[in-house]
Design a protein around this ligand. Structure first.
Ligand code: SF4
Ligand code: SF4
Length: 284
């Protein structure tokens, strides 16, 4: 199963949930797709085994062939091109390397060259969940488009293991790139008005991508915030799969790298519910 862990905003606890789930099932692989601010490695302290530079192919223009018609500009969905004085200009930091301008050009004036965007590493945890396999991406400083790196990294994942994708926060293109192709998307939220608002956005993205999704309420205190999230989930047919209590004790344990007791039990229960949901949807 490819399980993506997403949330509408940062700091909600998706990495905590990803690590809890990894700790309670051997053989999983965590892919830290939050490539602008990866943090799983801080908890796992992996011994890195491989390191691969990632790049995208960006256009190069042959001005002997180009007549400045601007079709490439019209085609580019990412506003990475402009024509000035009959000359196409590339804003490489906006280019997603889709290759569309190459196809759009009627004069075969576009070729491609590689632009490096970041790195991804694979390794094995030495702390907290020893032996846990991790793949982690890191975008180069000054490269704003995370989606191409996430897509490149996901291509490296094996097909014969349970994969946990720790996704970027928000509901932007990088979140879409991370959750796309998942079998199930777990949306982590907080029981606050902000949490609910962001949950709605993230659930909207999962829905548009036709990815089944359920909710984990983190920092649950059984109060009005919980009721609001539960009410929204009930009204939209989204199941609340787990509630993790708002506990100082857990925060302290987690910060010290200890995942045990009721939290490990909660993770086991969550896996059982995820397996059940996955089977139900695969069969149905
Ligand atoms: S489509 Fe081709 S010919 Fe037209 S401006 Fe772009 S590169 Fe030049
Ligand atoms: S490769 Fe795609 S994103 Fe990049 S400039 Fe061409 S059309 Fe735009």
């Amino acid at each position: 199963m490819i399980l993506s862990i997403a949330s509408g905003k940062g700091g909600t606890g998706k990495t905590t949930v990803a690590l809890l789930l990894a700790a309670s099932r051997e053989g999983t692989i965590i892919a830290d797709c939050d490539v602008e601010a990866p943090n799983c490695h801080l908890f796992l302290r992996p011994k890195w085994e491989t390191e691969t530079r990632a790049g995208v192919m960006v256009p190069r223009f042959d001005m002997d062939k180009c007549d400045g018609c601007g079709r490439c500009v019209q085609y580019c969905l990412f506003n990475a091109l402009a024509v000035a004085g009959g000359t196409p200009l590339l804003f490489p930091e906006l280019c997603h390397g889709c290759g569309g301008c190459l196809l759009a050009c009627p004069r075969e004036a576009v070729s491609e060259e590689r632009r490096e965007i970041g790195v991804f590493r694979t390794g094995v945890a030495t702390m907290n969940i020893p032996g846990q396999r991790l793949i982690s991406g890191l975008l180069d400083v000054g490269t704003p488009a995370a989606a191409p790196l996430i897509k490149t990294m996901k291509k490296q994942l094996p097909h014969d293991a349970d994969i946990i994708l720790d996704c970027p926060p928000g509901a932007s293109c990088s979140m879409v790139a991370a959750v796309a192709g998942s079998d199930y998307c777990l949306l982590v939220t907080e029981p606050t008005p902000f949490g609910l608002h962001d949950l709605e956005l993230a659930a909207g993205v999962s829905g548009m991508l036709a990815i089944p999704h359920g909710v984990v309420i983190n920092k649950s205190d059984g109060g009005r915030g919980d009721e609001a999230v539960e009410g929204w989930c009930a009204a939209h047919g989204v199941e609340v799969l787990a509630r993790l209590p708002n506990s100082r004790e857990f925060a302290a344990k987690y910060a010290a790298g200890m995942i045990d007791g009721e939290y490990r039990e909660a993770a086991d229960t969550l896996w059982r519910r995820l397996d059940r949901e996955y089977r139900r949807r695969s069969d149905g």
